[in-house]
Design a protein around this ligand. Structure first.
Ligand code: NFA
Length: 102
């Protein structure tokens, strides 16, 4: 389309803006103290995982040191991280959870 009107002034072209919101990985970190069963419980309760999936992720974190619990928009990821920390600390476990842009 012609970007100029009859008076020679530039007309703003409308570009479709289809940008998706940034996504964030929620990461679970290993430690030496949090019981495996508690980690499985957290993954089931906060991330909606089946017991089988939760066990698989827990063992991945236990052996590799870190693992992805899921990928979410920023607000959801922040809420999940806070829920994990609150639940862990309420039960005197040092389990740590962080997020990073995917
Ligand atoms: N490493 C912990 C243990 O041996 C289990 C654990 C797994 C902790 C995943 C944190 C995250 N009891």
């Amino acid at each position: 389309e012609d970007p100029h009107d009859g008076a020679g002034l530039t007309v703003q072209e409308s570009k479709p803006k289809l940008k998706q919101p940034p996504r964030y990985k929620v990461l679970l970190l290993n430690d030496d103290f949090t019981p495996m069963e508690f980690v499985v419980h957290v993954l089931e309760a906060i991330f909606g995982m089946s017991r089988e999936k939760a066990t698989q992720i827990m063992l991945h974190v236990h052996t590799r040191g870190v693992g992805v619990c899921g990928v979410f928009t920023r607000d959801i990821a922040e809420t999940k991280v806070a829920q994990v920390k609150d639940h862990a600390h309420a039960n005197q476990h040092p389990l740590m959870c962080t997020m990073e842009e995917a």
